[in-house]
Ligand binder design. Structure first.
Ligand code: ADP
Length: 487
């Protein structure tokens, strides 16, 4: 495999920008693609070349395989980075790219296919000696089948779609009543979202923590881990805050998770960057969940504590190069936390929002990192994923990371669109988060009493844009202005 000269980024938003930065550093020419909704988007401006996909919604644009293949040919592209979402875990896409003689930045199509099926991935984990959640993956059509599963596993149970992702298609079963209806609904949902209605059932672990391990592997059998991330701050099975390292696990558990991840990667001849996800119960027993065969949204927290640029490493490995470091060379330093800023309104059941960025102030700081595609004037549509930005900090230790996070969030200003920053700030301030002791059920409970603290409309109207800018540029931002962020 030769070195990459022309890289097509088959994605949008903050991750497209992130990949363009890595390409720049490596002297690679970047080619962006865009939907009509993203014509003026930051990734279009940043890339060396930008090509229209002549479509609006995802299915007509970023998921238009034929159009992407046409662009690859026409512009003599030699590699494609899929980012996350869209085609990033689509084996057919990876195969088509490879058949066109172009490098797909990720593992082989076969590995994507095997790990993309949760059922197959469980078998691989088992073969690698990695514990999996006790489960059942046989026939689930009759009351008798359900009874068999119950006898084997007991309650509570979790119905999952084999091809599932993004927390979709999961249903908790706490009693036998309506089990068949729940299964039928899960099957419909799986068909609708993943075009595959295969289901399986596993034991539902109460109050688990979600801990994951970043791995990096080359095409010559070398695998390293880049540490762990705590991702238990979740709403509806979707991550909201991530940190590295996990504040909740012992060193001995940490080592076990690393060894399990490396064994699994070797078992399936993994190459490129990947994430091995686990859940850990309140007795510190860990179970394999799945492998994400792509760059993860939360990769910055790992970069912050290892100093390793994961996107550059992905590109090098995809070129066929050896990993430039061994496990012993990887050093962990400090603590990093990431908040996911979403275009959604927490005071209205997290309803997706849209609008135009009217004012944006991204505070600078030596240990702040903001991965975002926002600029003043950016139009936020509801066609795509609602994530607007990732607010990331690093500290010498967790305590300092928390201080830096407060400094960043209390100075960050985004007006013109509803977003979840106030909610994130309140989550961070919670005792559970401050102490680093929280499980995946935390947010649901937190929301039972949480109230958004907004100024009333009249007070907001009495400020004009100019006075807000003057306020926000002051070193000590007035407390009141914090409330403006969610306007
Ligand atoms: P997806 O691919 O849809 O993201 P995962 O299998 O990765 O699905 O699980 C997503 C989240 O769902 C986990 O982080 C965890 O919070 C929850 N979850 C998954 N499996 C279980 C389980 N067996 N018991 C309890 N919670 C689970």
């Amino acid at each position: 495999m030769g070195s990459i000269k022309r890289l097509l980024i088959a994605n949008r938003g903050e991750i497209a920008c992130r990949i363009i930065f890595a390409a720049r550093d490596l002297g690679i020419t970047s080619y962006a693609v865009y939907s009509d909704a993203d014509r003026n988007s930051k990734h279009v401006k940043l890339a060396d070349f930008a090509i229209s996909l002549n479509g609006l919604e995802a299915s007509e644009s970023y998921l238009n395989l034929d159009k992407l293949l046409e662009i690859i040919q026409e512009h003599k592209i030699d590699a494609v980075h899929p980012g996350y979402g869209f085609f990033s875990e689509n084996a057919e896409f990876a195969r088509k790219i490879q058949e066109a003689g172009v490098i797909f930045i990720g593992p082989s199509a076969e590995v994507i296919e095997n790990l993309g099926s949760k059922i197959k991935a469980r078998a691989i984990a088992k073969a690698a000696g990695v514990p999996i959640v006790p489960g059942y993956q046989g026939k689930l059509d009759t009351d008798e089948d359900v009874k068999k599963v119950l006898a084997k596993l007991g309650f509570p149970l979790l119905i999952k779609a084999s091809a599932g992702g993004g927390g979709r298609g999961m249903r908790v079963l706490r009693e036998a009543h309506h089990a068949l209806e729940e299964l039928a609904a899960a099957r419909n949902e799986a068909m609708k979202f993943f075009k595959d209605d295969q289901l399986f059932i596993e034991r539902y672990i109460e109050k688990p923590r979600h801990i994951e391990v970043q791995i990096l592997a080359d095409q010559h059998g070398n695998v390293v881990h880049l540490g762990d991330r705590e991702c238990s701050m979740q709403r509806k099975h979707q991550k909201v805050i991530e940190e590295a390292p996990s504040p909740s696990i012992s060193q001995s558990l940490r080592e076990k998770l690393y060894q399990a991840s490396i064994s699994l990667a070797k078992e399936c001849q993994y190459s490129n960057a990947g994430t091995v996800e686990f859940i850990v119960d309140d007795q510190d027993q860990f179970y394999f969940l799945e492998v994400n065969t792509r760059l993860q949204v939360e990769h910055p927290v790992t970069e912050m504590i290892t100093g390793i640029d994961l996107v550059k490493a992905q590109i090098k490995v995809a070129e066929g190069k050896h990993l430039p470091f061994t496990q012993e060379d990887v050093k962990f330093q400090g603590h990093s936390i990431e908040l996911r800023l979403y275009a959604e309104d927490p005071s209205r059941q997290f309803f997706p929002s849209h609008g135009k960025v009217a004012l944006l102030i991204e505070p600078d700081g030596p240990f702040h990192r903001i991965d975002s595609y926002l600029q003043e004037g950016t139009e936020i549509s509801t066609y795509f994923d609602p994530m607007l930005a990732k607010l990331v900090v690093k500290g010498f230790n967790r305590k300092e990371a928390l201080q830096n996070l407060n400094a960043l969030t209390s100075r960050y200003v985004l007006l013109g669109i509803q977003h979840n920053l106030n909610f994130l700030i309140d989550l961070v301030a919670s005792e559970a988060f401050q102490q680093g002791k929280y499980s995946t059920d935390f947010i649901a409970k937190f929301l039972e009493t949480w109230q958004d603290s907004e100024l009333d409309e009249k007070e907001i109207d009495s400020f004009d844009d100019q006075s807000m800018i003057m306020f926000s540029e002051q070193e000590n931002l007035p407390k009141d202005l914090i409330h403006f962020r969610n306007v």
